[in-house]
Design a protein around this ligand. Sequence first.
Ligand SMILES: O=C[C@H](O)[C@H](O)[C@H](O)COP(=O)(O)O
Length: 213
Amino acid sequence: MVLGLGTGSTAKHAVDRIGELLRQGRLTNIIGIPTSKKTQEQAISLGIPLSDLDSHPTIDLAIDGADEVDPHLNLVKGRGGSLLREKMVEGACKKFVCIVDESKLVKYLGGSGLAMPVEVVPFCWKFTANKLQNSFRNSGCVAKLRKDCKGEPFVTDNGNYIVDLYLKKDIGDLQVASDAILRIAGVVEHGMFLDMATTVIVAGELGITIKNK
Ligand SMILES: O=C[C@H](O)[C@H](O)[C@H](O)COP(=O)(O)O
């Protein structure tokens, strides 16, 4: 089985568990495809055999977290900065299981008021950020360059920057918004994962809910 290994505080538990099952001999014959350098390091430390999309262009199952989930199981991802590799790996999956707690459920993407990440090339990032902000001005969009803890631009695993979009209102048709973002030269990828999750597992006060596509 080829397994996409997600990134973030939630996915970390899943990767730990996969490592544990392997060690106990309860899981055999798996290959992991990590979605970030951090997950790659974690998987190596757990002895999980790894490969990549070049060698395994079809993935059986990916497990990952998300930042927002809308009622149609569309997601926002990338507040940890790993959206590009996640989108490549999870876009190549037969099944994509997303695990969240109920604080991640939103009425519409961007509805948490938190960042909607867009990965951009560093070259003239302000130009790209302005284009992004203008594209969504009707939704009260503010575009900000993400900084690291030293106040320097946050650099992704791919050597790019992240521009976070903060929205005051619904951006409307998500596919139209996605196409508009991807048409801007300088944009590499955005954190909206539309129609990609096949299952979302939601942990809440009253237990676990499983939502299937
Ligand atoms: O870039 C980060 C990933 O998209 C994460 O999967 C997402 O931010 C959710 O992370 P967490 O499980 O830590 O809330």
